[in-house]
Design a protein around this ligand. Structure first.
Ligand SMILES: [Zn+2]
Length: 228
């Protein structure tokens, strides 16, 4: 009897780690697996992640942030930079756990002429200067466009990107040859409804996520208008 081919121990470790992290994301309610989901694009898929829920459990976020910090512990970091509320919560946790005790700075996202834009508030500009070592943190990386903007922002200020860490990265993302450390790195297949294998098998379609977007409006409150 021949022994089963042994897997590379590092690959096994990465696999196990990834499973643990997926389980954590599942417990926040952000990650749904083994489903048949209708996406806002009209495509069907087996997995879905709700970005806004990813960093809602402080103890999970702290734990995941500490793993990212540990990965970059051997490199000195002056500033942890992110953009977007979810990524900011995570970047706080990364900075808190990093031995260099970096400060936390964030850019604000916007659109200009239909193009994405990241702006660094003026108060932060003196904190990122020539030779400042910057660690970029993102929650989910799906196209890499936000990270590319952050890289450009750092380089424009003469500072240096020493690393990029995120919770989740779609494996197809390329960032100009830069390596990205991600706790989970996977792509879920999306199908055209006509070619969807789950439809063919007769698995019921979960329209919950799309329906919720249409049926519900975000809660908001406003100050009353002043009566002249
Ligand atoms: Zn389907």
């Amino acid at each position: 009897m021949s022994a089963a081919p042994k897997k590379d121990p590092t690959a096994v470790e990465v696999e196990v780690r990834e499973k643990i992290h997926l389980e954590i994301l599942k417990r926040t309610g952000a990650y749904h697996a083994n489903d048949h989901v209708l996406l806002p694009s009209g495509q069907h898929t087996t997995e879905y992640i709700e970005k806004t829920l990813v960093t809602t459990e402080p103890s999970f976020t702290e734990g995941l942030g500490a793993v990212i910090a540990k990965h970059f512990a051997q490199w000195p970091v002056d500033v942890v930079l992110s953009t977007g509320p979810g990524a900011l919560v995570l970047s706080h946790c990364v900075a808190r756990a990093h031995p260099s005790r970096p400060i936390v700075v964030y850019g604000t996202k916007g659109l200009s002429g239909g193009k994405r834009r990241v702006t660094l508030p003026v108060e932060f500009q003196r904190l990122i200067r020539t030779s400042t070592k910057v660690l970029l943190v993102e929650d989910l990386v799906s196209t890499g466009s936000t990270l590319n903007l952050l890289i450009n922002l750092v380089e424009q200020l003469g500072a240096q990107v020493v690393g990029i860490g995120c919770l989740w990265r779609r494996t197809s993302v390329e960032l100009a040859g830069r390596s990205v450390f991600s706790l989970v790195s996977r792509d879920f297949p999306t199908y055209d409804p006509a070619q969807c294998p789950l439809c063919k098998k007769g698995v019921p379609l979960n329209e919950e996520f799309v329906r919720r977007r249409h049926a519900r409006k975000p809660s908001s409150v406003q100050e009353p208008k002043e009566v002249p």
